[in-house]
Ligand binder design. Sequence first.
Ligand SMILES: *Cc1c(COP(=O)(O)O)cnc(C)c1O
Length: 358
Amino acid sequence: MRRSASVEIDFNALKHNLSVVRQFSSNAKIVAVIKANAYGHGMLAVADYLMNSVDAFAVACIQEAEYLRSKGVQVPLIILQGFHSEDQLKQCFELNLEPVCHQHWQVDLLLQVKVSKSLSKSLKAWLKVDTGMHRLGISAGDAASVFQRLSNSNSIDSVYLMSHFANADQPEHASNSQQLLAFNEIEKALNIESSLANSAAILSMPDAVKNWVRPGIMLYGASPLSNKTAAELGLKPVMKLHSKVIAINSLNAGEAVGYGSLWSSDRDTQIAVISVGYGDGYPRHAQAGTPVLIKNEICPLVGRVSMDMITVDITDMRNPAVIGDSVELWGDTVAVDEVAKSASTIGYELLCNAGKGL
Ligand SMILES: *Cc1c(COP(=O)(O)O)cnc(C)c1O
């Protein structure tokens, strides 16, 4: 159900950000990552929009792929977690999905499974190796033998290699070059098409751009790098979170505002109440001082974020706010990453939360 706060999606910005991906990844094929409802931007709408401009989509799990196929999306779909069971593996054949294999049991199952004749007999698979993140992936030492087993199987069309960085958001981190080195060795030994770079690596590690790149957050216009803003990277925000001023109150010096009576001022203040809160995906832990744009003026958040409301100090506005004024929580002027930082989290999380209802 729609509430007062509204999420708008700017598809022109998405198109622009895709052109930035291209600029940084020369002729690599593009896998647009649209897991978690396309980072809150609406998975189907984003898939429809990008369908003819990218080479594949990546989602986290079979359920997401099943949904896209049921809506007629025919583009290649990579399943980043692969299948979790034999039934899900059968769905990979039925729906022509490309599972990532990161565990030996998945490889074993893939080599044994009997699929009915009516289904496609073979599929493309991605072999994920662990080059240092230690989350998903078979060990580097097992890569060659697992690759051999997969490529000898009749049920597999082709095998691609992939891995994922643990610290690409910090370009100076020593583990990045170690992971790249480990990946290059395996890639050379197997001599197959591969994919390594997420957004952060696309923007900061040209050598990590292989045959396929996997941009997520940069498509949505937030920064993947801890030391650069989205604007500095030439990215445009795709999601805008807006709401309205619903009340204006005058407080005397010393009177506290909101739950916990956390914030008070030693001067008389004007407080605007905005109809947005953590129920809309605005982060509850946003600190006093988080920027909120009211009618082209940045004002500081004050007091605790409630489920449906926030309070903002508008005492210093040059052109005082009135009831009904529109408010930008993040978008063209306030970067989602700024709000995230003020709440000790990352833009990814805020986008996912705000767009859950899309
Ligand atoms: C989510 C994900 C990506 C995209 O990461 P961004 O930082 O959003 O670009 C790429 N690869 C894998 C394996 C992922 O899980």
